[in-house]
Write a protein that binds this ligand. Structure first.
Ligand code: SF4
Length: 224
């Protein structure tokens, strides 16, 4: 069976929008600053991006706030570049747009409720599918409620995450809420490598576990 090239699908949509002279709005669910560095560098050239930091999976609250603060710091830097038209060292055609932020509450209870009974699943298993469902469902709902042209997630930049499952989940949630999902596979075309470069350049806080307390437990176990 031929696998879908989601990166190519996204390029096609961006090319079509550009041909038709549009700069559509996009609600982007971000997991952390390192992962979003490349995604934002790319997407701000083609979309009016609003970042949604919706991550009820992250434990504990201090870790959630630390990642959120780092995300906001990165956005501030990217917006400074746009204001000053200073794209030194960035991949930019000079058409980058400012990035907006949609705030939301830390809702750890929603995650704990969703993954009950899946505590012992390995990373990449059934617990992650539920986690994707939760985060993409909320993003689709907010995209529909607020009239965004598209929504998507930075999660496909991770080589550890199943891009097929993420794209299928995004599409399913789009249909459920009446929004439009932007397919992606951000790790393609050296996207993951670029996120490492940008993280180093901006000194972004990078953690060694995905986000939930189970991934932290597994990372600590593997380090022994
Ligand atoms: S390992 Fe990551 S994707 Fe999987 S459940 Fe935990 S936070 Fe979510």
């Amino acid at each position: 069976m031929n696998r879908v090239n989601y990166s190519r699908e996204m390029d096609r949509i961006m090319e079509k929008e550009e041909r038709e002279g549009r700069t559509p709005s996009l609600l982007l669910q971000v997991c952390c600053a390192p992962c979003s560095s490349h995604c934002l560098e790319l997407l701000r050239e083609h979309f009016l991006v609003t970042v949604l930091y919706y991550n009820p999976n992250i434990s504990e609250k201090a870790e959630y706030e630390k990642r959120k603060a780092e995300e906001l710091r990165l956005i501030e830097e990217y917006n400074r570049q746009v204001e000053e038209q200073d794209f030194t060292g960035m991949h930019s055609t000079g058409k980058a747009h400012r990035i907006a932020v949609m705030d939301c509450d830390y809702d750890a209870a929603a995650y704990e409720e969703a993954v009950r009974g899946l505590e012992d699943c390995p990373e990449g298993g059934a617990r992650c599918a539920v986690c994707f469902d939760l985060r993409l469902g909320k993003t689709a709902q907010l995209a529909a409620q607020n009239g965004f042209d598209y929504f998507t997630t930075t999660l496909t930049i991770s080589p550890l995450k199943n891009a097929d499952l993420l794209n299928e989940t995004g599409q399913r949630k789009a249909e459920e809420y009446g929004a439009v999902f932007l397919p992606s596979d951000f790790k393609k075309k050296e996207g993951y490598k670029r996120s490492i470069e940008l993280s180093a350049r901006f000194g972004l806080y990078r953690q060694n576990f995905c986000g939930c307390r189970f991934s932290k437990r597994d990372a600590q176990r593997d380090a022994i």
